[in-house]
Design a protein around this ligand. Structure first.
Ligand code: MLC
Ligand code: AMP
Length: 503
């Protein structure tokens, strides 16, 4: 009986007493101890009646136990559904309910806040905290450290990741074992990861980048990770000499560059710095090389597809591009209107096909059909071009989306909430340049005639429904929104008008 994802990423490290996770407190956890914990968590979930194929939603802090929960889901044949810890209960209730999760694991201090939504959704509620705290951890402590791996096929679902949409409703992207495994193996080989690698892991583990790229690639190669609970500049600087590789969003690299302590000496032990999730400015690329001698390796991916392209490990890492399609991944540029492939050099929508591309959106056949063609090509919503040498560049987005510090924010979701506020006629939410996060969220609001809604009150009202990172930094009141002849709000004009807006 086999379970390709578990066997390949986790099971084959059974019995290894070498460190897998180097923790902030100076201790480390071996592969064997990590797997024993995963087995205990798998038993704990089974004892709660969770069965193979069930979804397990988890909104928990980053910790060895949080990662072991992912391994436990793989071993028990459960579909892992990690959630951003910044989400409010309002946001979480949709995910738990929509996914039909059998189990919802939350932070211990939020148990009361989450109990009603778990009950409404019919999910068992358990808690998990750092340092092996919480009800699920306590239950796991009493279990056997060996669990019989549940048989799975490569085509079985391994994870759901929710991604918001331009209509404001989040969609559950269904990822199979094959999606995750093929991508991890391809990337590990391409980026030449080995068992000697030590990855500086400062990303959250509730998104593709931190979990399926950083963790899976390390596991596929048998390496280890310096596992930070969150991004911590001082810790990164002090510990970089122990690492060989780092993965981060562009904000990680701009923050490092802003610090004079970040010197060539500190990066001597490093083999590779990888960036993705948001555009890396060519200027950052150049500054980084000037300071350290390293050329950042930029790659491009998304929730629905894992990684699609990467700059080469050996060969020219070209600033401002995301490199070549990964082995096994087809990428073409098409005309958004006709769907026909465009010639090299022309700008159009990026479409991708390969073993990395997801199964579709959970219980949303129309949305799946609109974005995932019958021939297997997925319409990414990104606009790009391929140059004569085959390098892919992303030049914009066909979808209305803001990327702030690597987090995706869909304006529609915020506009719907603002428009609902007393005294508001309508609104447009845009991304404006931000020195740290790349883009920041700005709300442009039109009041109803003769009404004067208060900016602070609106922001306060929407804060209960919206994660902090999605909340507009400011609201600007205008008499009307610019519209084209079709009546569509011209966000490009608003972005231009407020491009120099600073907080
Ligand atoms: C935190 N804040 C943000 C923010 N992160 N605001 C906007 N955008 C963000 N990304 C806000 C907090 O709400 C808080 O607000 C204040 O900033 C400080 O919070 P913090 O927790 O101290 O922030 P910090 O730890 O510095 O976080 C910044 C960050 C983090 C860049 C380290 O956002 C991060 O880890 N980003 C990575 C995102 C990621 O993994 N993306 C991958 C998606 S997968 P206030 O007002 O309360 O002080 C994907 C596919 C692919 O896209 O290709 O990879
Ligand atoms: P997500 O929906 O969180 O998976 O985010 C995926 C989106 O992030 C992609 O569709 C792109 O718009 C963007 N993205 C990821 N990597 C890059 C990159 N290297 N350069 C520019 N945009 C990127």
């Amino acid at each position: 009986m086999s379970n390709p994802l578990y066997d390949t990423l986790f099971g084959r490290h059974a019995g290894k007493t070498t460190p897998f996770l180097h923790l902030e407190n100076g201790t480390s956890l071996s592969h064997a101890d990590f797997l024993a914990r995963a087995a205990q968590l798998a038993h704990a979930m089974a004892s709660l009646g969770v069965k193979p194929g069930d979804r397990v939603a988890a909104q928990i802090d980053k910790s060895p136990d949080a990662l072991a929960l992912y391994a436990a889901c793989a071993q028990a044949g459960l579909v892992f559904l990690p959630l951003n810890t910044g989400y409010t209960a309002d946001e979480v209730s949709y995910f738990v309910e929509n996914s039909g999760a059998a189990l919802f694991v939350c932070q211990d201090h939020r148990r009361d806040e989450m109990s009603a939504l778990a009950q409404t959704a019919g999910a068992v509620l358990e808690t998990l905290d750092q340092d092996r705290g919480g009800s699920l951890a306590e239950r796991a402590d009493r279990q056997s450290a060996e669990f019989e791996t549940v048989a799975r096929n490569r085509d079985d679902l391994a994870a759901f990741l929710y991604t918001s949409g331009t209509t404001g409703r989040s969609k559950g992207a269904m990822l199979t074992q094959e999606n995750l495994l093929s991508n991890a193996q391809t990337l590990a080989e391409l980026w030449q990861f080995t068992a000697q690698d030590v990855l500086l892991h400062a990303l959250p583990i509730f998104h593709t980048h931190g979990l399926f790229v950083a963790v899976n690639v390390t596991l596929a190669a048998g390496g280890s990770m310096i596992f930070l609970s969150k991004f911590d500049l001082d810790f990164l600087l002090e510990n970089m000499h122990r690492a060989t590789a780092m993965m981060g969003v562009p904000t990680f690299y701009t923050r490092l560059l802003e610090d004079p302590r970040f010197t060539r000496d500190r990066t001597q032990h490093m083999r590779v710095f990888i960036s993705g999730s948001a555009p890396l400015l060519a200027e950052t690329h150049v500054q980084f090389e000037d300071r350290t001698g390293h050329r950042i390796l930029e790659r491009y991916g998304m929730t629905e597809t894992n990684m699609n392209t990467s700059n080469p490990y050996d060969g020219e890492r070209r600033a401002g591009t995301v490199g070549f399609p990964l082995p096994g991944v087809e990428l073409k540029i098409t005309d958004p209107a006709s769907g026909d492939a465009l010639a090299a050099g022309e700008i159009g929508q990026i479409e991708v096909r390969g073993p990395n591309v997801f199964k579709g959106y959970w219980e949303m056949p129309e949305k799946t059909a609109a974005e995932l063609r019958e021939n297997g090509f997925f319409i990414t919503g990104d606009l790009g071009r391929i140059d004569d040498d085959g390098y892919v560049s992303i030049v914009g987005r066909d979808k209305d989306m803001i990327i702030s510090g690597g987090y995706n924010i869909y304006p529609k979701e915020i506009e719907l909430l603002i428009d609902d506020q007393p005294g508001v006629l309508e609104s447009a939410v845009i991304g404006v340049p931000h020195p740290d996060f790349g883009e920041a969220v700005l709300g442009i609001v039109v009041a109803k005639p003769a009404e004067t809604p208060e900016s602070d009150q609106i922001l306060k009202n929407i804060s209960t429904s919206l994660a902090r990172f999605k909340q507009p930094r400011k609201l600007i009141f205008v008499r009307e929104l610019p519209r084209n002849t079709m009546g569509k709000v011209q966000k490009n004009l608003l972005r231009k008008e407020y491009e120099n807006y600073t907080e």
